[in-house]
Design a protein around this ligand. Structure first.
Ligand code: PRP
Ligand code: URA
Length: 213
């Protein structure tokens, strides 16, 4: 898996990821297919984004003999930034069934471009968990930066951020504010437009996922 030239940023450049992101980008893709691809991408992304999770040994008895196996050393919390982050939860839970889900309600004010927070609910064991913060888009980076701040205020110590489409400005903002938070992305796009949308991007992820265009 190639590392991007930016420290702390991993571009998950798997052929299946590239194909599915292309389908998401395509303006002709309607909500039904958009949801399906987002779901599949979440499963592919979480597989790579959890590659370095610590495990601890356990003994297990096969039908033939006892042997050593592994369990995750720490609990996992998946934390979607609402709304669009919800689209990544189900696909992640397919691989990570034994997790808690935190909810971070936030929307970007269309005039100021700044995130406005409207909800936060996380499990009590956040400090002991590996937290996977998820949102399909990292544009200005304001929402992800604020969400990491909320998680840290609530006690989180180990946080990673998984998105699908990012851009230089958002990466710089999030890494600058929280250099301890690694970023996993499927695509690093060149720029933001005048409305702070990622170009080429995929448009408004929440609206396309929920059919509110
Ligand atoms: C989108 C996206 C991110 C945010 C990214 O959400 O899902 O949360 O914008 O932009 P930023 O990096 O510039 O902060 P939006 O605010 O549109 O809310 P929604 O998911 O409810 O549509
Ligand atoms: N939010 C989105 O959904 N898309 C963008 O390109 C920027 C913010």
């Amino acid at each position: 898996m190639p590392q991007s030239p930016l420290p702390g940023v991993t571009i998950i450049d798997h052929p299946l990821v590239r194909v599915k992101v292309t389908q998401l980008r395509d303006a002709r893709t309607g909500s039904v297919d958009f949801r399906a691809r987002l779901n599949e991408l979440a499963t592919l992304m979480v597989f790579e984004a959890t590659r370095d999770l610590a495990t601890k040994p356990i003994r297990v008895r096969t039908p033939l003999a006892e042997t050593e196996g592994a369990v995750l050393a720490r609990p996992i919390v998946v934390a979607p930034i609402l709304r669009a982050g919800l689209g990544l939860v189900e696909g992640m839970l397919d691989l990570l069934p034994d997790v808690s889900v935190a909810h971070i309600g936030m929307f970007r004010n269309e005039e100021t471009r700044l995130p406005e927070s409207y909800y936060f609910k996380a499990p009590a064991h956040l400090a002991d968990a590996d937290v996977i913060l998820v949102d399909p888009m990292l544009a200005t980076g304001g929402s992800a930066t604020s969400a990491v701040g909320r998680l840290k205020d609530a006690g989180a110590k180990s946080i990673r951020f998984v998105c699908l489409v990012s851009c230089q400005a958002g990466v710089k903002q999030l890494r600058g504010a929280h250099p301890d938070v690694p970023i996993f992305t499927a695509a690093l796009d060149p720029e933001l437009d005048a409305r702070a949308y990622i170009v080429p991007g995929l448009g408004d992820a929440g609206d396309r996922y929920f059919g509110t265009i």
